[in-house]
Design a protein around this ligand. Sequence first.
Ligand SMILES: CN[C@](CCCC[B-](O)(O)O)(CCN1CCCCC1)C(=O)O
Ligand SMILES: [Mn+2]
Ligand SMILES: [Mn+2]
Ligand SMILES: [Mn+2]
Length: 304
Amino acid sequence: ERIGVLGIPFSKGQSRVGTEYGPEVLRNGGIVRKLQNLGCHVQDHGDVEVIQVENDDPEENAKNPRTVGLTSKLIADKVERVLRSEDICLGLGGDHSMAIGTIAGNARVEPDLVVLWIDAHADINTPMTSDSGNIHGMPLAFLVRELESYVPKLPGFEWLSPCIHAKDIAYIGLRDVDAGERKIIEKFGITAFSMQEVDKYGINEVVERALRAVDPEGKRPIHLSFDVDAMDPTLTPSTGTPVIGGLSLRETYYIAEEVARTGRLSMVDVAEVNPLLGDEKDKKLTVDMTISVIQRFFGNRRGG
Ligand SMILES: CN[C@](CCCC[B-](O)(O)O)(CCN1CCCCC1)C(=O)O
Ligand SMILES: [Mn+2]
Ligand SMILES: [Mn+2]
Ligand SMILES: [Mn+2]
């Protein structure tokens, strides 16, 4: 498989400094070489250019809308270009607002894609339902067609049209969902497996049900958006919104291995690594755990 690595050094979808260094620490952790050692053909396409708009005042309660919107357009254009020459794009973030651009870009190449969202959070607040105004808690709201009439057209987002249906999304790992998000998930029947379902059914059953729900015929391309805060904070402490009671390493490996086994992976987002949070040990652990999970999306199987 040909993999195109794309750095997305972005942090303006949330309020903490640090996620802009995510691509750097993951590259320094050896991700490109490790994927090449798996026998993959890996091309590093460098970093997306990040736009910083001056006087980018909040709009409809959303912070840095112009900076996020215009950078998202550059992300979408770059992801589209990478996916026109590679089989799979590995997007190294950066906060989770990166997914606005990665999914929009992927959908231009693979319009029939489905989205697996691995996260402690649903990231589907509209600007009105968000209590933080951080756009990393809203990316899916800008992408889902059924929400278009509920989401104002923010400055910087003029270029974006929603490109996925609510039924094309499946969540795994939820454990911190806002009231407004829960209403949206219920209203539009979005497939959602929280940590409660992971405990109730086991990860194997959850992965099987999630894939069957979004792609019963097993033929659609998969956009996998992995927020490292889906994992338990004992494994990935260096992240902005940690929530206890997360996925174990083996559960996360299992998700990655099963998605890899479909052979239909189109893009993997790796979001919310923040190397400025915690101490050196936390940072190294977070990078090492994240890289070990990424390897399992690309053929590193525990069974050899
Ligand atoms: C749950 N929603 C939050 C967090 C979003 C995390 C984004 B991710 O990319 O890391 O998943 C939290 C909203 N508030 C909940 C009550 C306490 C203050 C934060 C939000 O800011 O929308
Ligand atoms: Mn999260
Ligand atoms: Mn997220
Ligand atoms: Mn987070």
